[in-house]
Design a protein around this ligand. Sequence first.
Ligand SMILES: Cc1ncc(COP(=O)(O)O)c(C=O)c1O
Length: 365
Amino acid sequence: MKAIDLRSDTVTLPTSEMREAMYRAELGDDVYGEDPTVNRLQEMAAERVGMEAALFVASGTMGNLVCLLTLCGRGDEVIMGHLAHSFLFEAGGSAALGGIHPHTVANQPDGTMRLEDIEAAIRPYNDHYPRSRLICLENTHNRCGGAVLTTQYTSAVCELAHAHGLSVHLDGARIFNAAIALGVDAKELVGDVDSVMFCLSKGLSCPVGSLVCGSTEFVRRARRNRKVLGGGMRQVGILAAAGIVALETMVDRLAEDHQNARLLAEGIAATPGLAIDLERVQTNMVIFGLADEVEMTPEGFVASLAQRGVKLNSIGGRRFRAVTHYGITTGDIEESIEALQRVMGERSAKAWGFGAVGNHGCQER
Ligand SMILES: Cc1ncc(COP(=O)(O)O)c(C=O)c1O
């Protein structure tokens, strides 16, 4: 049975065009700045987000860390959402390696932090306080179900930050999903932020890689921090080649993933025993839960679906995340909905004492 893997868009495999480009890539030593394929990708990336320069890094985690190390010193404070990927899932790297102090502000369900909460978190100068130095945003917002931050919101945060002498970093791992969902150019969503990181290895299907973008001076310093982290790579054009194909061919198709996510979400909404807020489904992620009256455990639910060939992640508190991506077709989504309905049908059949669906031998009625 072919598995329909909805755990993450990081499970995507490179396209044949990418493999071909990787095979043929012109290479050089990128630590000397001499890999023509990396240089081309970096120029394309900077242009796509409206920044002066870009730097190829190994992962989104490395990209965020490079940006934080470049924008903050030891003992400086970074303000970020309590559900930010950087706060929850990057092994505390900025604190461990950079001595950067995280100050969390509540994320709203739409992925924003309230401007008044951000402002209240910015500290005045005082010998007792860490220095507030940076605000981090995330677009789309992973833990908030792929929620999209608007151009207006990002501009308002930048205005607030800059007025207080702080910088803004945008974790734009999925910035192109946000741009496609809003029908705007990624440049607009990046606006006045001081640095942005985006990933090639998620919905854009590359095997490896992210880009850090900012001013020429920012990238010069970021390059040094990448080196500190051991991220200076040599003939890395072999990976950058896939990135060029991704930027040229894989951005517009993200709309298909969003349509599939919507279809899945509607199927979930129509399945008794599952709970979902359809308004929260904006891009390629679908977060849903087991309704209160359902007695199944989250582990049991995930295992039953896996038995039917559908993989997704449990994200705690009886909630789950399904992510659509390249390689997942509309047919796969229809099959996934069927699998969900069967699992929930079995559950209600068991609750009524009928045994598994398909077993018509009534047991105890
Ligand atoms: C919003 C966000 N930022 C950063 C990352 C880190 O990317 P990577 O897995 O390439 O380190 C992820 C990964 O899922 C993410 O969702």
